[in-house]
Design a protein around this ligand. Structure first.
Ligand SMILES: [Zn+2]
Length: 105
C-alpha cells in the first residue's frame, strides 16, 4: 500500500462515517420534537461533526514521520493529485512510496 492509498482510505472512512452520522441525525431531526431549540442544537452538532470530519483530513498523520500532512494529505486523500506525487511537508517522502511497515497488498 502506498501513502496515497493510505490517505484515500482514511478519506473514504471519514466520508462513510459522516454519511452514516448524517443519516442518523436526519432521522433524529425528523422524528424528534418540533422544538426550535432542539432543532437548532442538532443543527449546530451536525455542522460541528461535518467540519470536524473535513478538518480531520488536514490532520492525517504522515505514516513516515507521524506529523499531520496538512493540505497535501487533504488533496491527495480527495484524489485531486493523481498526476503529481506531492511530498510530505515535514519529511519530504512522496505519496507514491510504500507505507513503512505496512503489509503489501
Ligand atoms: Zn512525513
Amino acid at each position: 500500500m502506498t501513502i496515497r492509498q493510505y490517505l484515500m482510505r482514511r478519506c473514504n472512512r471519514a466520508v462513510t462515517g459522516t454519511i452514516a452520522f448524517l443519516v442518523v441525525a436526519g432521522a433524529l431531526v425528523s422524528s424528534g420534537p418540533r422544538v426550535f431549540v432542539i432543532r437548532f442544537a442538532l443543527a449546530v452538532v451536525i455542522t460541528a461533526v461535518v467540519a470536524a470530519a473535513i478538518w480531520s483530513l488536514f490532520e492525517i498523520p504522515c505514516p513516515n514521520c507521524r506529523k499531520p500532512m496538512g493540505r497535501v494529505g487533504f488533496w491527495v486523500a480527495n484524489g485531486r493529485m493523481e498526476r503529481t506525487a506531492p511530498r510530505c511537508p515535514h519529511c519530504n517522502v512522496t505519496v507514491d512510496e510504500e507505507v513503512p511497515g505496512a503489509p503489501h497488498d
